[in-house]
Every structure is written in structure tokens, then in C-alpha cells.
Design a protein around this ligand. Structure first.
Ligand code: ATP
Length: 248
């Protein structure tokens, strides 16, 4: 049911290269059916937290050395990223990784690779994605590498949706995009959340926009959660206003 805890990170510690302690005991919860924002400045540990959840740290020589990660009540630290995708958790990496030499539509189709249901379901989901991102439909035959930054971000999110996720870990969707486009992307995230019931954990440096769309928020500083609460409460908090919203 909506509102219950879907994903729970308990006191995790992450170390890179055996020596660099980056997460110093991070705990957070993602509610089913919610949008949870993970906020903080450059290098605070947002990406590391997302990668710890989706088990993508290994290739970066990073390791969760303490704490637990529970998804739907079960420990998922032993699952590889593909197994997690089958469980319904997918990460959209920072920097909108699309395959540059594939067309937009081919990129979207690669998102369905872990699925075992038939062609019809996949075609229906392609139309679902095009419904949210009409721009991608217009650009479907273009090579992704030649599309704009905003279109590539849409393509990366659309591809994630093609795996029929329950939870999307979205890393810095606003990065490098003009304000109007940022709003557009967040509007779509909200619509997908409301209409498809997909939960989001989104890492953002843009506190202002993230707290307008999220339900809950956590603020990270140097690998620790320094503040948490409902988005509405965080928006009204004096420290958040002064240090993160740029209006004291
Ligand atoms: P950004 O917005 O820049 O991505 P972030 O909050 O996502 O910031 P992380 O990318 O998680 O922060 O980085 C947290 C800290 O970990 C930084 O000090 C960074 O230099 C360090 N770090 C990240 N990746 C590695 C790595 N592979 N090896 C060593 N240190 C790393």
C-alpha cells in the first residue's frame, strides 16, 4: 500500500579504495508511491548513496562496509544490478547515459531487456513512454548522440521506465539543463509517480526545484544526513532557506 516503507537504508558506511570513507552512517527511507529527494552540495555523497543501493559501487572500487539496505523488507546487498532491475529497482545515472550511436527508440527498447513478458506489453510501454515524452516520439529515429541535453535526459528516464520499475533512483536530473526544461522533467516525474505509482529517490543539488516536487527530503553533508523531513517542512526551515534555497 502507498506510504509504507519500500526501501530502507540503515546506517550505511561506504569506503572507496579501501581507505576513503565517504558515507559515514547514512539512513533513509523511501515510501511506496512517494518522491523522496536526496539533497546536498557537490561531493556530499548523493551519487554514492544511490550507487550503494543499486549495487553499482564495485566498478568504482567502492564498498558498503557497514549497515543494511532493505527493499520490500529483504536485504538486497547481494543482488547484482540486473537482478535488482527484475525486482523493480533501476537507476538513471547522472549525465544521462544514452547509447549515442543508437536511435532514441532503440535506446528505449534496450530498457526492456530484463523483461520476460511479450512483445505486445513492450510495444504498449513504448507508447506509454511516448505519452509522457512526446518529444521523444518526434525524435525516435534520431541518433541519441545528436539530440539535445534535455532530450537525452528524457531518453534516459524513458529507458528506465521501459523496465516497468517500481522504484527509480534518479541522479541529478536537472544537471546542465535550462530552468524551463528542468521544470518540464520534474513535471513528468510527478506525472509518472501519480499515474503509474512509480516511487522515486532523486538526488539533486537543485534544492529549490526538488523540494517543490518531492514529498520527503534528506539533506546530506559530508556523508551524513544532517536534516530530514517532509518537503513542506524543509522548505520552511530557516537553515534550509539560508544554506540551500539562497534566501535568508
Ligand atoms: P556530485 O553532485 O558531485 O555527484 P555527490 O553528492 O553525488 O556529488 P558523490 O559523487 O557521492 O557526491 O561523492 C562523494 C565523495 O566521494 C566525494 O568526495 C568524491 O570525491 C568521493 N568519490 C566519489 N567516487 C569516488 C571514487 N570512485 N573513488 C574515490 N572517491 C570517490
Amino acid at each position: 500500500t502507498a506510504g509504507e516503507t519500500l526501501l530502507e537504508v540503515n546506517n550505511i558506511e561506504v569506503i572507496y579504495n579501501h581507505v576513503i570513507l565517504v558515507l559515514k552512517g547514512v539512513s533513509l527511507k523511501v515510501a511506496r508511491g512517494g518522491i523522496t529527494a536526496l539533497l546536498g552540495g557537490n561531493g556530499a555523497g548523493k551519487t554514492t548513496t544511490l550507487k550503494a543501493i543499486s549495487n553499482l559501487l564495485q566498478s568504482e572500487r567502492g564498498e558498503v562496509t557497514k549497515g543494511t539496505i532493505l527493499y520490500e523488507g529483504e536485504r538486497v546487498q547481494h543482488l547484482d544490478p540486473a537482478a535488482l532491475v527484475r525486482r523493480g529497482v533501476i537507476q538513471v545515472m547522472e549525465g544521462r547515459h544514452c547509447f549515442a550511436h543508437l536511435t532514441v527508440e532503440e535506446n528505449l527498447r534496450t530498457g526492456a531487456y530484463t523483461r520476460r513478458d511479450g512483445r505486445t506489453a513492450i510495444e504498449a510501454d513504448l507508447e506509454m513512454v511516448y505519452g509522457y515524452f512526446p518529444r521523444l516520439k518526434e525524435r525516435r529515429r534520431s541518433q541519441a548522440g545528436y539530440t539535445s541535453g534535455g532530450e537525452q535526459q528524457m531518453c534516459a528516464i524513458g529507458r528506465a521506465l521501459m523496465s516497468r520499475p517500481k522504484t527509480v533512483l534518479l541522479d541529478e536530473p536537472s544537471m546542465g539543463l535550462a530552468p524551463q526544461l528542468v521544470e518540464q522533467i520534474f513535471e513528468i516525474v510527478r506525472a509518472v509517480n501519480e499515474n503509474e505509482g512509480v516511487s522515486f529517490l532523486l538526488a539533486e543539488q537543485n534544492t529549490n526545484v526538488a523540494l517543490r516536487y518531492a514529498h520527503q527530503g534528506y539533506i546530506l553533508e559530508s556523508g551524513r544526513v544532517v536534516m530530514e523531513g517532509s518537503a513542506a517542512a524543509l522548505r520552511e526551515n530557516d537553515d534550509v532557506k539560508e544554506f540551500y534555497l539562497g534566501m535568508s
